[in-house]
Design a protein around this ligand. Structure first.
Ligand SMILES: [Zn+2]
Length: 221
């Protein structure tokens, strides 16, 4: 088996993301850069808790030809390759259907990042890529249009999020930072609505209390 340790790392990251609710069922995938020519990517439709290093696909970055592994690579491989080709500074690309950030994709707006710690991980803004169906070249091209060297987090319209990082750890921190930012943004919008009273005020206050009772946890120490 080629590159066993980095394939093991993909398995560990997938389990971590599933444990924290960022990957659910088989929704969510990730890619790591191995060297100048190769990437490893999660397989399509394999339960994260049954995944083994040999299930991870080794591909050539230039044309996505399979180098090692029996499984079919994730349907979003093209999107990860797009990120890792354009962002030579990045070692990791993670796509999630994380709850708060995915909810924000329905609004279709970019987010400004104010917090200094979050800016270091995400960049000055979180940008939004236009809608295209999952797993299509069309989706990769929508992302390509908005990809920037200084932005590490993107919302995919009515779908989910993708974050990249200069290391697997930085990408994991970016995922948690994006969720915290998305949660704070949603809370602000809900609080503004609740302040204007109306019959739904009690329900909105309850929603705020639920958000406050469940702060976003870091994925890694
Ligand atoms: Zn997806």
């Amino acid at each position: 088996m080629k590159f066993p340790s980095i394939r093991q790392r993909v398995v560990e990251m997938s389990v971590l993301l599933a444990d924290h609710g960022y990957f659910a069922a088989t929704g969510g995938n990730l890619a790591l850069r191995v060297d100048d020519e190769h990437i490893v990517v999660t397989p399509s439709a394999v339960d994260y808790y049954r995944m083994e290093p040999e299930d991870i696909c080794v591909l050539r970055l230039s044309d996505l030809a399979k180098v090692d592994g029996e499984r079919k690579p994730s349907v979003e491989t093209g999107m990860h390759a797009q990120v890792l080709r354009q962002r030579k500074d990045c070692q990791a690309s993670i796509h999630t259907h994380q709850p708060a950030a995915s909810a924000l994709t329905l609004l279709g707006q970019p987010l400004t990042v104010h917090n200094a710690e979050h800016r270091a991980l995400l960049g000055p803004q979180v940008l939004i890529a236009g809608y295209a169906p999952s797993g299509t070249r069309w989706l990769s091209s929508k992302l390509q249009r908005v990809l920037r060297q200084d932005v590490n987090a993107y919302l995919l319209r009515t779908h989910g999020a993708i974050c990249c990082g200069s290391s697997p750890e930085r990408a994991l921190h970016a995922i948690a930072a994006l969720e915290a930012l998305a949660c704070a943004h949603l809370r602000e919008r809900i609080a503004a609505r609740a302040a204007s009273a109306g019959p739904e005020q009690a329900a909105l206050q309850k929603l705020i209390a639920t958000l406050d009772a469940n702060p976003i946890q870091e994925l890694i120490a």
